[in-house]
Design a protein around this ligand. Structure first.
Ligand code: MLT
Length: 222
C-alpha cells in the first residue's frame, strides 16, 4: 500500500494482525525503514519483517530524495564519502521528520511507537532526526551509523532507546566515530546499547538476530 501524496515515494505495510487482535492503535509498533546509499523503499522490507516483534507491527519505508550521480538514492547530499553537506542534511532531516508525522496521520499509527531502522546513510539520517527533531522517534536501530552532526543544543533523549550495530572491520566507519556517537547520544540521555559485529560495512545475519532480541526486550507496546 502506498500513497504518493506525502512528499516521499514510499511503501506502507500495515500490521498482519486483524482489527480484532489490535484493539488499540497504541499496540502497533511502526518500523521506519531507512535504506543505505543506492537503495530504495523495497530493499529493507524483508529486514523489517524479520525484526518485527509482533504481528501488530507496521512498516513505513520511504525512498531517499537525493540522487547521487543521478542514480543512487540517498537521504541527504554528501560532498564525498563521510563528508556531508550540512545545509542539505538539516533541510532533509526536517523534511523526513515532517513526512513521518504526516504519514502517522494518513495511516493512523501512533508517533509514540515509531522505531527507526536505518542502515548506513539511513542510520545517519535517523540519528540526525533524533538530534534535531527529538520528539519524532521513540527508538532506533542503527546499523553502521556515523556522527552526522553535533547539534548546537543537546536534545533531551531520555525516553529514547537506541541499538547501534557497528562492524569491527568497517572501512567506512572508524571505531572512534562509533564511540563518539555512543557518547553523544548517551549525553543526551538516550539508553544506548552498542553491539560489535565481526564484519565490515555489510549487514550480517548475527547482528539482525541481536537487533531483533533487543527490540523484543526493550520496545513493548502498551
Ligand atoms: C553516508 O554518506 O551517509 C555514509 O557515508 C554512509 C554511506 O552512505 O556510504
Amino acid at each position: 500500500m502506498s500513497r504518493p501524496d506525502l512528499g516521499f515515494i514510499h511503501r506502507f505495510v500495515p500490521p498482519s494482525a486483524t482489527r480484532k487482535e489490535v484493539k488499540d492503535k497504541r499496540q502497533i509498533i511502526t518500523l521506519l525503514l531507512l535504506h543505505g546509499t543506492g537503495g530504495n523503499e523495497d530493499d529493507m522490507i524483508p529486514l523489517g519483517q524479520a525484526l518485527a516483534p509482533t504481528s501488530a507491527t507496521a512498516i513505513l519505508s520511504p525512498r531517499g530524495k537525493v540522487l547521487e550521480n543521478g542514480v543512487a538514492p540517498r537521504f541527504f547530499k554528501r560532498l564525498e564519502e563521510g563528508v556531508f553537506d550540512m545545509q542539505d542534511l538539516k533541510f532533509r532531516t526536517h523534511e523526513l521528520a515532517d513526512f513521518v508525522e504526516a504519514a502517522s496521520k494518513a495511516y493512523g499509527f501512533d508517533l509514540k511507537h515509531i522505531v527507526a531502522v536505518g542502515y548506513s546513510n539511513g542510520a545517519n539520517i535517523a540519528t540526525s532526526i533524533m538530534l534535531l527533531r527529538p520528539k519524532t522517534l521513540s527508538a532506533a536501530i542503527l546499523f553502521r551509523p556515523m556522527v552526522p552532526l553535533v547539534p548546537d543544543m543537546t536534545p533531551d533523549l531520555s525516553d529514547v532507546n537506541v541499538f547501534i550495530s557497528a562492524g569491527l572491520h568497517d572501512r567506512i566507519v572508524a571505531r572512534k566515530e562509533t564511540e563518539q556517537l555512543v557518547n553523544l547520544l548517551s549525553k543526551a540521555g538516550a539508553k544506548v546499547v552498542l553491539h560489535w559485529h565481526e564484519g565490515g560495512h555489510e549487514l550480517g545475519r548475527e547482528e539482525i538476530v541481536a537487533a531483533k532480541d533487543w527490540l523484543a526486550t526493550n520496545i513493548t507496546p502498551q
